[in-house]
Design a protein around this ligand. Structure first.
Ligand SMILES: Cc1ncc(C[n+]2csc(CCOP(=O)(O)OP(=O)(O)O)c2C)c(N)n1
Ligand code: SF4
Ligand SMILES: [Mg+2]
Length: 440
């Protein structure tokens, strides 16, 4: 037992408790205070996070830090607090109602083994709202919402946390003398800890179902839900594992991020918005990246976006590139200055954009795609004759080369340098061969 720091962690100025006479909630709060005393904890190192319900009244009775939020969400707040400041001891006080409403959070916190201690004030009903049935209400129970007897199978909260990998799982009752010890063990376990504490709601569940302490213990036996420690694993908590992988990542060499240094210059004096519209497999996005990278190498500002269906090798593929002498503050393209139609799928996909284009804009089109519904000037992609054999496999990089020449975006050499810097050597070799057709 550690040196006591305080005699009690209960904020005595806020007593008496607002709970109904005989309500078990006060007993569990007493056990928590005793446990904090036994652990000799500085109250400023402890955070009590309460859920909604009568249990949610509890935080004001403690001299520790406190946080009170929405029904069912206490475990999420607690996990965030612990992530942000791992030095804190974070304890969640939640009812059976909260465990039902926030069931998803409960089982995922157990799976993640997030380092919080959850004390479930399990009184088998929604106490605060008048005793409606909850996820733990025993079958056949009479409540305002099950007036002829509940037909739902009760949830085993401890069992659920256990099978989902929670590190320290126990079942206790509000009457257990060793509850302060159990709470201390839970709080000191590195991982998700949960004590399913069975209790009496004297105002509602007890009176409607003739359910006292003896009946509660009998019910525990009949359900084969044994009390005591049910699971203790040595799996490190999410916080410990996370720290470990962060350290490992720090020890590894930093990823060789691609830095495109300015090597060329450009005479471009206004932004130009380019849309390449082709089909899956035509390396359209890759051509867009080459244009953007070449522009960056030439000291320009760029943005690039890609659009394609989630399915692969089918459908459209569109690349949008904005190249500008000034920073690009909006990467969207409502009306392209230049559109390149490479395949029917892409042409159909950007029909709305080409329709918005004006006479001063240009649509370049591949064979057979020259009838776009647009006021833009429409010109064929006039590749060098020697490049015709490349059309089937490499039309997009040809289009990038063609635009570089036609629009004088930046030096052609910048496009070749982009190929060398951003593409894998084998692909780069092929593409440099394709671009050579413009220099023959
Ligand atoms: C999302 C949401 N649903 C419903 C409510 C209404 N509500 C307030 S307290 C409560 C019951 C709380 O029961 P439990 O969590 O078991 O705590 P107890 O009152 O039994 O301590 C409910 C349903 C709410 N506050 N928020
Ligand atoms: S309603 Fe039930 S849970 Fe709420 S204070 Fe009264 S006895 Fe306790
Ligand atoms: Mg309850």
């Amino acid at each position: 037992m550690a040196e006591p720091v305080l005699d009690t962690y209960i904020a005595e100025e806020n007593l008496p408790y607002e709970f109904c006479p005989g309500c078990s909630h006060g007993k569990v709060l007493g056990a928590l205070s005793d446990s904090l005393k036994q652990q000799g904890l500085d109250p400023t190192e402890v955070v009590i996070v309460t859920d909604i319900g009568c249990v949610g009244l509890s935080d004001k009775y403690f001299v520790t830090h406190a946080f009170h939020g929405l029904h069912g969400r206490a475990i999420t707040y607690a996990s965030g607090i612990k992530m942000q400041n791992p030095a804190l001891k974070v304890v969640v006080l939640i009812g059976d109602g909260g465990c039902g409403i926030g069931g998803h959070h409960l089982l995922n916190a157990a799976r993640m083994n997030t380092d919080v201690a959850v004390l479930v004030f399990n009184n088998f009903n929604f106490g605060m709202t008048g005793g409606q049935h909850s996820v733990t209400t025993p079958m056949d129970s009479i409540t305002p919402t099950t007036s002829l007897g509940s037909t739902d199978a009760p949830m085993d909260i401890a069992g659920t946390a256990k099978v989902n990998g929670g590190g320290f799982i126990a079942r206790s009752t509000a009457f257990d003398k060793d509850l302060p010890d159990m709470i201390a063990k839970a709080m000191n376990h590195d991982g998700f800890s949960l004590i399913d504490i069975w209790e009496l709601c004297t105002a509602y569940y007890v009176v409607r179902n003739d359910f006292g302490r003896k009946e509660m213990m009998g019910y525990m036996d009949s359900m084969n839900m044994e009390s005591g420690l049910l699971q203790e694993t040595d799996r490190p908590s999410f916080q410990t594992s996370y720290k470990h992988i962060q350290t490992q990542a720090g020890e590894q060499k930093p990823m060789s991020g691609l830095v495109l240094e300015t090597k060329f210059s450009s005479d471009l004096d206004k932004p130009i918005r380019i849309v390449l519209a082709g089909a899956a497999g035509q390396k359209v996005v890759s051509a867009g990246n080459l244009l953007a990278s070449a522009a960056t190498l030439s000291g320009l500002w760029t943005s690039r976006r890609a659009d394609f269906p989630i399915t692969i090798q089918t459908g459209f593929s569109v690349a949008e590139v904005v190249i500008s002498p000034e920073p690009v503050l909006y990467s969207g393209i409502m009306k392209p200055d230049v559109a390149v139609l490479i395949a029917p799928e892409g042409k159909a996909k950007i029909a709305r954009l080409t329709k918005a284009m004006e006479e001063t804009d240009t649509v370049y089109y591949a064979d057979g795609l020259g009838d776009a519904d647009s006021d833009a000037t429409q010109l064929p992609l006039n590749f060098p004759d020697s490049a015709k054999k490349e059309l089937r496999k490499n039309i997009s990089v040809l289009a990038a080369g063609y635009l570089t020449k036609q629009l004088s975006l930046f030096p052609f050499e910048a496009l070749k340098e982009a190929v060398r810097q951003i593409q894998k050597p084998k692909i780069a070799e092929i593409n440099l061969g394709v671009l050579a057709h413009f220099e023959d």
